[in-house]
Design a protein around this ligand. Structure first.
Ligand code: G3P
Length: 216
């Protein structure tokens, strides 16, 4: 499973790269707003730092506006993937961009049937939002399992990119289901290697090592 970082913060992206846990990046308008920086400036910097795919979202909701923004975003760098919302007009945009060879990430997916439509439109990635479904007492990972079942049944090339990841169990479940990618916020990436028994075990090993007679 590939690890993308769900962030527009260059500092966090650099740390994830240094940890070897940044196969790509996903951004969204809320994440860009948090940086307080201009989107064009942030996107240029991220695409030059990260060799993998970098998702950048359109903010228009009509076909013409989304196409215009998509073309501008795709021109920024070869590794830009255009993020398009899962609305009727968005699916039309995905079909058109796909025929032009521009990669897309269909975002705000909350049902397996929506994911089926995205795949039929030729999306490169589908982003099911697991955390936001869990927030309203639905089962985000059950949605991912059904999407994978459908995609495998018909051999769709669209990759399943698990989004709205909130904790390490989401990462575990995405990997167990065989999702292609999980896009993970930095605070969760940072939690993944940590375990209290690892820390306690290491502390004990180092304390016991002090009792071993030292070599001359
Ligand atoms: O980038 C899209 C998605 O990962 C957003 O996550 O935590 O805002 O639901 P969240």
């Amino acid at each position: 499973m590939q690890f993308f970082i769900d962030s527009a913060d260059v500092g966090e992206i650099k740390k994830a790269l240094a940890m070897g846990l940044c196969d790509g990046v996903t951004t969204n308008p809320s994440l860009v707003a948090k940086t307080g920086r201009k989107f064009s400036e942030v996107l240029k910097e991220i695409t030059s730092l990260v060799p993998g795919p970098v998702s950048a979202e359109v903010t228009a909701v009509d076909h013409e506006g989304m196409m215009r923004e998509a073309h501008a975003l795709a021109k920024v760098a070869d590794n830009v993937v255009v993020k398009v919302p899962l609305i009727v007009e968005g699916l039309r945009v995905v079909r058109d961009l796909s025929s032009e060879g521009i990669r897309t990430n269909v975002t705000l997916c909350f049902s397996p049937v929506q994911a089926l439509l995205a795949a039929k439109a030729g999306a490169t990635y589908i982003s099911p939002f697991v955390g936001r479904l869990d927030d309203i007492s639905e089962d985000g990972m059950a949605m991912v399992a059904q999407i994978l079942e459908i995609y495998r049944a018909y051999d769709f090339a669209t990759k399943v990119l698990v989004a709205s990841v909130r904790h390490p169990i989401h990462v575990l479940e995405a990997a167990r289901l065989g999702a292609d990618v999980a896009t993970i916020p930095f605070n969760v990436i940072d939690q993944l290697a940590r375990h209290p028994l690892t820390d306690a075990g290491l502390k004990k090993f180092l304390a016991d090592w002090e009792k071993v007679p030292k070599e001359k």
